[in-house]
Design a protein around this ligand. Sequence first.
Ligand code: S3P
Length: 169
Amino acid sequence: MRNIILTGFMGSGKTSVGKLLASRAGHRFVDIDALIVERENRTINDIFTQEGEAYFRKVETELLEKALMGNNLVVSTGGGAVISERNRELMKGAGIVVNLTASAEDILERLSGENERPLLREGKGLEKIRQMLNERERYYADADIRIDTTGKNVEDVVREILAIIERGA
Ligand code: S3P
């Protein structure tokens, strides 16, 4: 099976879906955010605060490109990785791009009580999430498959993705 690349907003379930999907597909799981933290040896919050978002995006593209040279992977990307056209092209060229969607309400609930998302540090309200979802919609839509995760558990989502891929998406 080809590489599977997961995109989607923060809290859409890329990491948990990605891990289970990788084990079901017999693929290796790669999390780009985790690679960035490992390479930089500091948290994403610290990278944003100390270097700014542009620097983070540069490292993100570099590590995405490197990771996508591999095979038999499930790759979880950061929520903003799709904004860059270059990243979207890299992803499309490397495998099947699967976008996970969730309602703004669900995202807010899933992200409550955590502080590791610098872009939502100021305000984690529904309005802020809705606005970012709107701004990014056209980039998320640029995927081979879109799966609505609202009201579904990780197992359901993984089964749905595999069924579509096995049918030959
Ligand atoms: C970001 C999403 C985060 C992380 C960074 C920026 C974004 O990844 O890359 O905080 O721009 O949406 P997750 O989607 O894994 O939370």
